[in-house]
Design a protein around this ligand. Structure first.
Ligand SMILES: [Ca+2]
Length: 286
């Protein structure tokens, strides 16, 4: 059935419906954007007010109750938090006001800590901000880790497994995006052993780096195995690690691509992806 004819082009009911659907999709995307922006502004203001009131999360009760911590000679610092530098003068070195490196005896190597965000205590497991090194690396590189903090780096899948199976950890992702800074936090974070394909196990999500449903953001990757350019463990007919240039817990293929190219975070089912310019992934012992 023809509704209108002009310059030889006919406008059918089907094409009208298609135009309306496309317009609704575009409107949904814009509304989603506007809501995200409002949410960000609100969160930024809340953060600013918290800063003014100097309301900070204190060290966990476990840290306070740790007798070796009280003595000032903590022999096994498996976490890092603001103020520990004076206790561990021989084991720490300050990078700047926010970051320091700390010897972690659980994995026998130095780790980089975020001593300020949400009260500090975060061990960085990944950092991408200078983009000076490629993250398109083979299985062995992701197993042992690569890059040197405070530059871009991946701590290593064996280290992640060893840390998160010894103690309970939470995960935080801090991202710098198109308009603002964002974060996502997960109540628990575990990485299975290499024989299990370094499968990812995540707790519940919160934060401004949104997840509108169970299959968006990093939660989409919960329960998936790790894949690299030389090992395809994803659920896609493609080889996602090769297609998206990184080692990750790819499925079919991603809703968050923090080790790949492009550096993206999927927001909702309308296929809207947020581009991130830089990102940090960090874990804190519970
Ligand atoms: Ca595949």
């Amino acid at each position: 059935m023809t509704l209108n004819q002009k310059d030889g082009a006919s406008l059918t009911l089907a094409s009208v419906r298609q135009l309306i659907t496309q317009a609704v999709d575009r409107l949904e995307n814009k509304m989603d954007d506007a809501i995200s922006q409002l949410q960000e502004n609100l969160n930024n203001q809340t953060e600013a007010i918290r800063d003014m009131l100097v309301v900070r999360t204190p060290p966990s009760s476990r840290d306070l109750q740790d007798p070796s911590n009280m003595s000032g000679k903590r022999s096994r610092p498996s976490t890092c938090y603001r103020g520990m530098a004076s206790d561990l003068a021989n084991d720490t070195s300050k990078i700047d006001e926010k970051y320091q490196t700390v010897m972690n005896y659980d994995i026998d190597r130095e780790v980089m800590c975020d001593t300020q965000t949400d009260g500090g205590g975060w061990i960085l497991i990944q950092r991408r901000f200078s983009h000076a090194i490629s993250f398109k690396k083979p299985w062995l590189s992701y197993k042992t880790g690569f890059g040197v903090p405070p530059g871009d780096f991946w701590l290593g899948n064996d280290a992640l497994h060893n840390l998160t199976y010894k103690d309970d950890y939470e995960l935080r992702v801090d991202g710098n995006g198109e308009r603002s800074d964002f974060y996502a936090q997960y109540t628990s974070f575990k990485v299975d052993s290499e024989s299990e394909g370094y499968r990812l196990r995540l707790g519940a999500h919160s934060g401004t780096l949104g997840e509108s449903s169970y299959d968006s953001g990093l939660s989409y990757h919960n329960g998936l195995k790790f894949s690299t350019v030389d090992q395809d463990n994803d659920s896609s007919s493609r080889h996602c690690a090769q297609t998206y240039d990184g080692g990750w817990w790819y499925g079919d293929c991603y809703r968050a691509n923090l080790n790949g190219q492009p550096l993206k975070w999927y927001l909702r089912s309308s296929l809207y992806y947020r581009t991130l310019y830089s990102v940090e992934m960090k874990i804190r012992r519970l």
